[in-house]
Write a protein that binds this ligand. Structure first.
Ligand SMILES: [Zn+2]
Length: 252
């Protein structure tokens, strides 16, 4: 039996580019079809029925028709708009960043349910007004977990020992996380890790985001955790996220 010509799926727009006079190619993350590249025809014309719908930072119910190169969006309806997320530049920039990580983490036409669920929850948290930094760190940690490369923050990755609080710690993304002082550090990709930052990393592993959102953290520790997690994610996804430059820029 031939595959049906049309199918329905929820999706979140991750990125898009204009094609021809009025069309747009969208990269969409879906829960069961993975990442899809689809075409939305005529959406840049005024009065397009789906033009205002197929935008980033929304969950959309899509009806797609199978096409030769790209499947075609034939109907689109917003089911979650997350409108408050767009009110703050910090939340919007973080939404771009985490969307980009999802785009790079998922292959085309590969099942992506955990990443979809994670992205959906992250957008919801940003929309609820949670600190974009906390949401980003939580998301990086959970994404690494979903990809099967959960960072080790409890024990040393080399000797499996729980280091003493008075020791010197290192962060070695290439080895998988925490490295204790007993081993010669590999030359690149290793940095010092403060006890304060280690405790925060452990909190991200152990606690739910709602608990972490209530923490008061010294700015320096929060910044250190951000550097450490970015390096871990860069190692996992193998290159720097483009949207990070924008995120850094708006913070001035
Ligand atoms: Zn060790």
């Amino acid at each position: 039996m031939p595959a049906p010509r049309t199918y329905r799926t929820p999706g979140i727009v991750l990125s898009r580019f204009d094609l021809g006079e009025a069309d747009r190619v969208l990269t969409i993350l879906t829960p069961h079809e993975g990442k899809l590249r689809v075409i939305a025809k005529g959406v840049r014309r005024p009065g397009s029925r789906i033009g205002g719908t197929v935008e980033p930072f929304a969950e959309i119910q899509l009806l797609l028709a199978r096409g030769r190169t790209f499947d075609v969006v034939t109907q689109a309806q917003v089911s979650e708009a997350w409108l408050r997320l767009r009110d703050h530049l910090g939340s919007t920039a973080t939404a771009w960043y985490i969307g980009e990580l999802a785009e790079r983490a998922v292959e085309e036409r590969a099942g992506a349910y955990p990443v979809y669920a994670l992205l959906r929850r992250a957008f919801q948290l940003l929309d609820d007004g949670m600190s974009p930094d906390r949401v980003a760190r939580w998301y990086e940690m959970e994404l690494a977990d979903a990809l099967g490369v959960r960072p080790e923050v409890e024990r040393c990755v080399e000797c499996d020992r729980v280091p003493d609080e008075l020791e010197r710690f290192r962060w070695a993304p290439g080895l998988g996380g925490l490295l204790c002082e007993r081993h010669p550090p590999p030359p690149a990709e290793v940095s010092d890790l403060s006890l304060g930052a280690l405790k925060v990393l452990r909190a991200y592993r152990r606690l739910d985001i709602e608990a972490i959102a209530a923490f008061r953290l010294p700015v320096a520790v929060e910044a250190e955790v951000e550097r450490l997690m970015r390096r871990f994610v860069r190692h996992v996804l193998d290159r720097e996220a483009r949207s990070l430059a924008f995120l850094d820029e708006i913070r001035g």
